[in-house]
Design a protein around this ligand. Structure first.
Ligand code: DON
Length: 306
C-alpha cells in the first residue's frame, strides 16, 4: 500500500473544499486562524512517516490534549479516577452542563469539558498549577520525541478571559465536591493544556503508543499497559467526538479525538497513528474536512476497526 500516494491524493481532492466549515470563534484567538488550511500526517508502527499539505504548521490542539492528560492522570491515580468521572458517551455538546445536575456533578466521560476539568483536578493533586502544566508539557514532548513543542500563551490567555462556560462547569462541580482544588487553579491547568500547539506530524508521533499496545514502537519504551491502551482507544471511539461520536464511528471506524482548533487524532490499532487538521468545524464542533479526510483514508487503507 502506497501511503504517501494516499495522503497526496487526499490533499489534492480536498483542495477545492478548503475553507469549509466554521472556525471556532468563542475563543477569540482561534478566530484569527486562516480557515483555508489542511494537513495530514501518518506515523506507522514501523516508524515510517507520511505527510501532506500543511502537516508542518502548528495549530491549537485543544481537546485532543484530553487524551494525553487522561493518560497522565491514569498513571498518577490509576483506576480510582473512575469514581469521579464516567465512561459513557454523553450525547450532548462538549461544553454541556445539563447532565451534571441530576448526575451529582460526575461528568459522563473524561473527554467532554466537564470530565477533562475533573481530570485536571486529579493531576493537580500535590502540585502547583505551574508544576502540573510543566509535567503535562514534558509528557507530550516525551511522547512526540520533540522538545520544541510548546503551549501558546496567547490562546491560553484568550480562553482564560472568555471561558465563562468552563468557569460555570467547574464551579458547579465544585459545589458537588467533585473538584478539590481552587477553580482558578484547575482551569489554569485546563486552559494551558488545551492551548498546546502541535503540528500534524508531531501529533501523529505522540499518539503512536496507542496504536502499538501502549509501548512506543520506535523507542521501545512502555507508556501504558496494553490493557490501558485498549481502554483509552475504547473511550476515544465512543466519546472522542462528543455528540458526533456515533457518526464518526459510522463513517471512519477508528478511535479518534477531535479539538475545536480543527485537529483530529485517529488511531488504527496495530497499524498507525494519524493526525489531520483543518480549522473549519462542522455543526458539532469537529473538523469538517478532517472528518472527510479520515473517512477517505479509512476506506482506502481498510483500517476501520470494524
Ligand atoms: O474548553 C474548551 O471549550 C476548549 N478549550 C476545548 C474544546 C474542544 O476542543 C472541543 N472539541 N471539539
Amino acid at each position: 500500500m502506497d501511503l504517501q500516494a494516499i495522503v497526496d491524493d487526499i490533499v489534492r481532492e480536498l483542495e477545492p473544499r478548503l475553507g469549509e466549515g466554521k472556525v471556532a470563534d468563542y475563543i477569540p484567538e482561534l478566530a484569527k486562524v486562516d480557515p483555508k488550511q489542511f494537513g495530514i500526517a501518518i506515523t506507522t508502527v514501523d516508524g515510517d512517516v507520511f505527510t501532506a499539505g500543511d502537516a508542518a504548521t502548528p495549530f491549537s490542539i485543544q481537546s485532543v490534549s484530553k487524551v494525553f492528560m487522561l493518560t497522565l492522570a491514569l498513571g498518577k491515580a490509576g483506576e480510582a479516577i473512575w469514581k469521579r468521572v464516567g465512561r459513557e458517551p454523553s450525547g450532548t455538546a462538549f461544553n454541556s452542563i445539563v447532565q451534571l445536575e441530576h448526575e451529582h456533578g460526575i461528568p459522563r466521560n473524561p473527554f467532554i469539558n466537564a470530565g477533562a476539568i475533573v481530570i485536571c483536578d486529579l493531576v493537580l493533586a500535590g502540585y502547583k498549577p505551574k508544576e502540573a502544566i510543566g509535567e503535562f508539557l514534558r509528557f507530550v514532548r516525551y511522547l512526540a520525541d520533540d522538545e520544541t513543542i510548546s503551549i501558546d500563551g496567547a490562546v491560553a490567555k484568550s480562553e482564560t478571559n472568555t471561558g465563562y462556560r468552563n468557569y460555570a462547569l467547574a464551579n458547579f462541580m465544585r459545589s458537588f465536591g467533585n473538584l478539590h482544588h481552587d477553580v482558578d487553579h484547575v482551569l489554569g491547568v485546563y486552559f494551558h493544556q488545551c492551548a498546546l500547539s502541535m503540528t500534524c506530524a508531531q501529533l501523529s508521533r505522540a499518539g503512536l503508543f496507542l496504536a502499538a499496545k501502549g509501548a512506543d514502537p520506535i523507542s521501545g519504551y512502555s507508556v501504558v499497559s496494553p490493557k490501558r491502551a485498549r481502554r483509552i482507544n475504547a473511550l476515544m471511539l465512543t466519546c472522542g467526538h462528543y455528540d458526533g461520536s456515533g457518526d464518526f464511528a459510522f463513517h471512519v471506524g477508528l478511535p479518534g479525538k477531535s479539538g475545536v482548533g480543527g485537529g483530529i487524532l485517529a488511531i488504527a490499532p496495530g497499524k498507525a497513528s494519524i493526525a489531520v487538521w483543518s480549522p473549519g468545524l462542522n455543526k458539532v464542533g469537529n473538523s469538517a474536512l478532517g472528518s472527510v479526510a479520515l473517512e477517505m483514508l479509512a476506506s482506502r487503507t481498510g483500517w476501520s476497526v470494524f
